[in-house]
Design a protein around this ligand. Structure first.
Ligand code: FES
Length: 273
């Protein structure tokens, strides 16, 4: 083993989606819902943020989609291999309390964050409703785990291949019409969080989203993770990553996420050669 952080297990969950358990006692022992870590694979690797999806004993679970050079490279590593740096847990934990009825919504690979949030809400005494959605059934992850944690679980797929044919926002809208929901968490692609949180705004339900801007250091030093919340500039890595959804400027977030698209494409092409 070359580096300190051993990969205990590596599995492919869906097309381009991988689940890794990494031996990282300092992260695993302190990890709370909503937090993330930053990994660097080797001396020449870039730093990338990954959401903490679960913690067990001395190991932490990350679930990621291959979207560029570093995630593609990470996905080539096997159980028994190792990575150089695992920094974390980073970011502020989710604001868990006993609110009453809470809904945790995950879209696509964003579902990775939902079990930890749902489990902590459940432990705090809430009635927890899960809604997990994906483009199609084969991209749906962690269904069994969420079913075990949540009091109720709803599934949606864009193409109708599993569960409700439609979007998580459709189910959430119906639930809000039928009953009182006290808090909502939404984790997924920026556009999905924008659309889904627009459903809770008219009902005045406090809603948290976990923002995923470009990050470099993850400690508030570089400014690359700037987001606009309530007209103020915040750093997602230290002020978030969770923010009040109804205050977030999602268009600004999506624009900033695209800043390095051409450089990322070049880096990936070089890696793939
Ligand atoms: Fe550098 Fe947040 S990632 S300030």
């Amino acid at each position: 083993m070359k580096w300190l952080y051993r990969i205990e297990s590596a599995a492919r969950l869906a097309d381009r989606v991988y689940e890794y358990w990494i031996h990282a006692p300092h992260v695993a022992r302190h990890a709370r819902a909503g937090q993330f870590l930053i990994v660097r694979l080797h001396e020449k690797g870039e730093r990338i943020p990954l959401t903490i999806s679960a913690a067990r004993g001395d190991a932490v679970r990350v679930i990621f989609m291959t979207v560029g050079k570093t995630t593609e490279e990470l996905a080539t590593l096997q159980a028994g291999e190792s990575i150089m740096d695992v920094a974390g847990p980073l970011g502020r934990p989710s604001e868990i309390d006993n609110y009453g009825t809470c809904c945790v919504v995950g879209g696509g690979v964003g579902i990775a964050s939902t079990p930890l949030i749902a489990a902590e809400l459940k432990r705090a005494g809430n009635h927890v409703i899960g809604i997990i959605g994906a483009r199609s059934a084969d991209l749906l992850i962690l269904e069994d785990e969420m079913r075990e944690i949540c009091d109720e679980l709803y599934i949606t797929t864009d193409d109708g291949s599993r569960g409700v044919h439609g979007f998580a926002s459709d189910v959430l809208k119906r639930l809000l019409e039928e009953r009182t929901i006290d808090r909502v968490w939404i984790i997924g692609p920026a556009i999905m969080m924008k659309v889904t949180s627009a459903v809770t705004a008219p009902a005045g339900v406090k809603t948290y989203v976990s923002l995923n801007p470009i990050m470099v250091d993850g400690t508030g030093m570089c400014g690359s993770c700037r987001v606009s919340v309530g007209g103020e500039t915040k750093f997602a890595c230290v002020d978030g990553p969770e923010f009040d959804a109804h205050q977030v400027d999602f268009d600004n977030l999506m624009q900033r996420q695209r800043i390095y698209t051409s450089q990322e494409k070049t880096a990936f092409e070089r890696f793939a050669e």
